[in-house]
Design a protein around this ligand. Structure first.
Ligand code: CU
Length: 339
């Protein structure tokens, strides 16, 4: 018993110096869209010295069929509701399920750390933002710690004071490309990640209707964007640019009345995590070649979007090239990335 007390005191000393700044976060490595995951939330401290008695975890849109892992000493309440979208789960449309899980009437002293696990399927998620699970710790009757801030468009999550725990998402490049191209009517086959090879996106061009546009030697085809998931602050735009001329050209900028800012971006896998970077020098379109802006690769990125992109609507974009000049295109909005 004596040893136990000493150990606890030592731990408390450690916690008071470091963990006061520790955020509630997930212990998981990045998860693929379409995968099931036991999302393990780490709760590093209580409310200003008080023990945590309840942990309320809101489940994000796209995280479906959730089941809490029972936890000794805690009661569990599962709050169900309608999802905003319908998800294909092995051929069945899933439109509702758990939307919040509460671990209640437990006791987690401030000096201790614990984890709370929820199993579920990542049916849809944006690899750039991950899935945020706004979480509140309740201590006693009125003390709380809220981890509910979600990064706004273009905001660095590290700038948030009380960031919601984010489940990181890997970009399964094949599945992602595929999902982006499907029209609503083809939602059925978007459910099979194995289906989504790299070679098939030529055949999966958005039938939602992008009229090929010619600008000098350039031909623009297959343009589209995607509906934005709730809470998703940014949108991606995709198009194929073919240079039929004998001189290289460069896409140097893009603007849209639907977004405060449009940037030219590149995504690449780094250690299994999708990293994105802005291309300040633009996107080169070499003579005689095609450059495909596509999910998981080069893309337009819409920031400060005035209204979330909705499936079936369109986004007008003006593209400006170094040599060919400017052209207006209209990107049809396809379904949100889903799997
Ligand atoms: Cu981007």
């Amino acid at each position: 018993m004596k040893t136990m007390l000493i150990a606890t005191t030592a731990l408390a000393a450690l916690v008071s110096t470091s963990a006061a700044f520790a955020h509630a976060s997930f212990a998981n490595p990045p998860t693929a869209v379409g995968a099931y995951v036991a999302a393990t939330l780490q709760v590093p401290h209580g409310c200003d010295g008080m023990a945590t008695n309840e942990v309320q975890i809101k489940l994000p849109e796209g995280f479906i069929s959730a089941k809490p892992q029972p936890k000794a000493g805690w009661e569990i309440e599962v709050i169900s509701g309608d999802y905003q979208n319908s998800y294909d789960n092995h051929g069945e449309a899933v439109t509702s399920g758990p939307v919040e899980i509460r671990f209640k009437n437990g006791n987690l002293p401030d000096e201790f750390y614990d984890t709370f696990t929820i199993y579920g399927k990542v049916a849809a998620a944006d690899p750039e933002t991950g899935l945020a699970f706004p979480t509140v710790q309740l201590c006693g009757t009125d003390a709380t710690v809220a981890w509910t801030d979600i990064a706004a468009a273009g905001q660095d999550p590290h700038d948030l004071k009380s960031p919601a725990p984010v489940l990181k998402i890997t970009a399964a490049a094949g599945a992602d490309e595929h999902a982006g191209h499907g029209a609503p009517a083809s939602g059925g086959h978007a459910g099979h990640a194995a289906h989504a090879g790299h070679g098939d996106h030529a055949a999966a061009v958005n039938p939602g209707g992008f009229d090929t546009v010619t600008l000098g030697d350039l031909e623009l085809s297959g343009g589209f964007t995607k509906a934005m998931l709730p809470g998703q602050p940014v949108g991606g735009g995709f198009i194929t640019i073919t240079n039929k001329g004998g001189e290289d050209d460069v896409l140097i900028s893009a603007t849209s009345p639907n977004a405060g800012e449009v940037q030219l971006h590149e995504m690449a896998m780094v250690n299994d995590v999708m990293k994105m970077r802005q291309l300040p020098d633009g996107i080169k379109v070499p003579a005689g070649q095609s450059v495909e802006l596509k999910p998981g690769g080069l893309h337009l990125m819409f920031f400060k979007v005035s209204e979330p992109f909705r499936d079936g609507a369109t986004v007008p974009v003006t593209l400006t090239f170094q040599k060919a000049g400017s052209v207006d295109v209209v990107l049809p909005i396809g379904p949100a990335r889903s799997n």
